[in-house]
Unconditional design. Structure first.
Length: 148
């Protein structure tokens, strides 16, 4: 398979559709916590605002400046994050890492749509961007518990 064919496969219509229709792109006015994460390799950034009540994410906003792969991952995270607790977010991230780096299974629901990113496992330089939404969310959750 040629490199051009590989890139076409990597940036599938489904990935581009997720990137184009990202939910929760408005920043929150009064978040419980905010975190920004940046991929040093490509410069992608994700800033996440959350409101947490009783350990559960009740509001979520994100500002995503990333490649289509990072945007697609942020779209899946943003579309499924409300109602989750820290351990569920961590589990989703861990499963995504296993899928990308260790040929692991697709993440469980509510993050099973991350399956679309399976072709990215062969592009290690894209992994950090794909993980940014999870990393920023987990950092914000950490800040929210530290300040509680």
């Amino acid at each position: 398979m040629s490199a051009e064919t590989d890139m076409i496969k990597l940036y599938s219509g489904r990935i581009l559709a997720l990137a184009a229709d990202m939910p929760r792109t408005a920043r929150l006015v009064n978040p419980t916590a905010t975190a920004k994460k940046r991929s040093p390799l490509c410069g992608s950034t994700v800033t996440v605002d959350i409101v947490v009540k009783d350990g559960v994410i009740t509001e979520y906003g994100q500002d995503v400046k990333a490649c289509a792969l990072g945007q697609a991952a942020a779209a899946v995270v943003g579309g499924n994050i409300i109602g989750l607790k820290r351990d569920q977010v961590q589990s989703g991230r861990d499963q995504l890492v296993a899928m990308l780096k260790n040929d692991g299974a697709v993440p469980d629901a509510p993050f099973s749509d991350l399956e679309v990113l399976q072709p990215a496992k062969d592009y290690k330089n894209r992994h950090a961007s794909i993980l940014l939404a999870f990393d920023a969310t987990l950092a914000a959750l950490e800040d929210s518990t530290a300040s509680a």
